[in-house]
Write a protein that binds this ligand. Structure first.
Ligand code: NAD
Length: 304
């Protein structure tokens, strides 16, 4: 059993905390937003209680929640052996956090950055422990996904890498080793695909539903790229594409204006109840008829 700090209680932080606690680890969960913490705990409890109904194992929700302590103060992380950072995909926010967190966390602890695209070596340079700094690109929803990308930074020690691999294995995750590069393997491809799919809607070539149907019906993908964008978070997609665009200085990563418009409007996908689709309490997707203007007039009756 490891005592793990988890920073950020959004889509990914909540999933990481749940997965760790389900596997018997104790978790110190920190977010600067108390509402995010509340939402994370209630989401974790619901997921655990519904596990059996959804064909998963029986999970003792009370025991899982009992292993998670929470606070808005980073001091909660002081005794953690490993700290997994999952805050917003924004360089300035991550920079401020690592600067503040490094002196608070015990010196022998390993930092794990869960990022969609930011190079691990760059994040590690924000700390005084680049040897104890590892990148893990978790997949969403974390408790249900069997594999992650495991990324060493330039200075990462073999001991730190193996320590994190062992922790991942205890969470039921296969670690796929990839080298450190902006976007790693998965998001060099996925973010381009989602961004281009958003351009198709922006340019009125097809609706979000049609774009997704092509990927599901023609390619046999379980989800289309815009359903995937709603699951990941439209804001997170935009921030990741912006990181790729800035890093590679390559116009192929130019962020689609529709993603910017939707992010500004709070249409972040499942987590805010509306993105390319609308989600009711049961999280049933309904097409929004999102258009080039980004107006998102709801053409379909809600089935929620
Ligand atoms: P999110 O927007 O759902 O959650 C981010 C959380 O970070 C919010 O609750 C916010 O309050 C909190 N936060 C921001 N600044 C903070 C600070 N200084 N201290 C404490 N908390 C702070 O984002 P997410 O989707 O959970 O993404 C988190 C990270 O994981 C990002 O780097 C993202 O790129 C990466 N990631 C996301 C996905 C995905 O599918 N969403 C998949 C893999 C990796």
């Amino acid at each position: 059993m490891t005592h793990v700090g988890v920073v950020g209680a959004g889509v990914m932080g909540a999933g990481v905390a749940q997965n760790l606690a389900q596997c018997g680890h104790t978790v110190a969960l920190v977010d600067r937003d108390p509402d995010a913490i509340k939402q994370a705990l209630s989401g974790i409890e619901t997921q655990c209680r519904m596990s059996r109904l959804l064909g998963g194992p029986e999970i003792d929700a009370e025991a899982v929640i009992g292993r998670i302590s929470t606070d808005t103060d980073l001091l909660l992380l002081a005794e953690a052996e490993v700290v997994i950072e999952n805050i917003t995909e924004n360089w300035e926010l991550k920079r401020a956090l690592y600067r503040e967190m490094d002196p608070v966390v015990r010196p022998d602890a390993v930092f794990v950055a869960n990022t969609s695209a930011i190079p691990i070596t760059r994040l590690a340079s924000l700390t005084k422990r680049p040897r104890q700094f590892v990148g893990v690109h978790f997949m969403n929803p974390v408790p249900m996904k069997p594999a992650v990308e495991l990324i060493p930074g330039h200075h990462t020690s073999q001991a730190a890498l193996e320590r994190v691999r062992d922790l991942l294995s205890s969470m039921g995750k296969k670690a796929i080793d990839v080298n450190d590069a902006c976007g790693f393997v998965s998001n060099r491809v996925l973010m381009l695909t989602v961004n281009e799919a958003a351009y198709l809607v922006h340019e009125n070539v097809a609706t979000a539903e049609t774009v997704d149907e092509v990927f599901r019906s023609c390619f046999g993908h379980p989800m289309g790229p815009l359903e995937t964008a709603d699951l990941i978070g439209v804001d997170t997609i935009l921030y990741s594409v912006e990181v790729l665009y800035e890093h590679y200085a390559d116009s192929k990563y130019r962020p689609c204006p529709l993603l910017k418009h939707m992010t500004d409007a709070g249409l972040h996908g499942r987590k805010t109840g509306e993105g390319f689709y609308s989600y009711g309490p049961s999280a049933t997707a309904t097409a929004t008829g999102r258009s080039a203007a980004g107006g998102g007039t709801d053409r379909s009756p809600s089935h929620d």
